[in-house]
Design a protein around this ligand. Structure first.
Ligand code: SAM
Length: 234
């Protein structure tokens, strides 16, 4: 299988967390926390964080759970996973969290193994002009149990044309230049800004989830629609 973004994500990890804080003006952590709470809503026993990167969604879930779910993070970037593993090591010893190097297009789990799957700020990578999109969706649906929930927190498009104008201005004038300056990686953050400019609105993403095979889909807008938490039920 081709890996169109692989080189981008094996090159940027050192300052990845810092760049996230800067480009979202610190809001990404709160949005991930809200997504973690949605993941925990039905007290799922087994939770998968796909494209876990440096592990922030997995760690947020582990911190917020008042029980001991089995949490698995997968990513194909080993440098990202090393940072994630170090973070998990700093959690209290009661947490049940592991990180595995795997491609979402080929998940090393049996059918229906997970009660909930979460993804933070990476669904766009899997679905924006990515030739493997269908394959990723098939794998996500395969490892999710019937009735299980898929929770996505992702950038979105504000509904109001005026707010959308300012949001796009922010992507062009703040996100791209600041991330480029901090990372030195022009192509990675050019991709990020471009894909965010052209990505689905909340309604479009809901339709996309239904078309992909989820029975129900819902969305909650965050910060005037700059981002959204989507839930799909298998
Ligand atoms: C923008 S980062 C998001 C990381 C993290 N979820 C967060 O909230 O910061 C995207 C991550 O997706 C991973 N990724 C992209 N495509 C992947 C694939 N097909 N299989 C596994 N990981 C993938 C990248 O390595 C990267 O760590």
């Amino acid at each position: 299988m081709s890996r169109p973004l692989y080189h981008i994500f094996t090159k940027i990890p050192d300052r990845y967390d810092l760049i996230n804080r800067v480009i979202t003006l610190g809001m990404d952590a709160g949005w991930r926390k809200q997504a973690a709470l949605v993941c925990l809503q039905d007290r799922p026993g087994r939770i998968l964080d796909i494209c876990c990167g440096t592990g922030d969604l997995s760690v947020a879930i582990a911190r917020l759970a008042d029980y001991r779910p089995e949490i698995t993070g997968v990513d194909y970037s080993q440098p990202m996973l090393e940072i994630a593993t170090a973070k998990a090591g700093a959690l209290n010893p009661g947490s049940n969290i592991r990180f595995i190097n795997a491609d979402v297009g080929r998940l090393p789990f049996s059918d229906g193994y997970f009660d909930c799957i979460g993804i933070s700020f990476a669904f766009r990578n899997l679905t924006y002009r990515n030739p493997n999109t269908q394959n990723y969706l098939d794998e996500i649906l395969r490892v999710l149990r019937p009735g299980g929930r898929f929770v996505i927190v992702e950038s979105s498009q504000p509904k109001s044309a005026v707010i959308r104008f300012f949001h796009h201005l922010y992507l062009r004038a703040w996100v791209f230049p600041s991330a480029y300056l901090l990372s030195g990686n022009k192509s990675a953050y050019c991709y990020l800004a471009q894909s965010a400019l052209h990505y689905y609105s909340a309604e479009e993403l809901q339709g996309f989830l239904i078309k992909s095979g989820f029975k129900q889909a819902a969305a909650k807008r965050l910060f005037f629609g700059a981002a959204a938490i989507h839930t799909g039920v298998k």
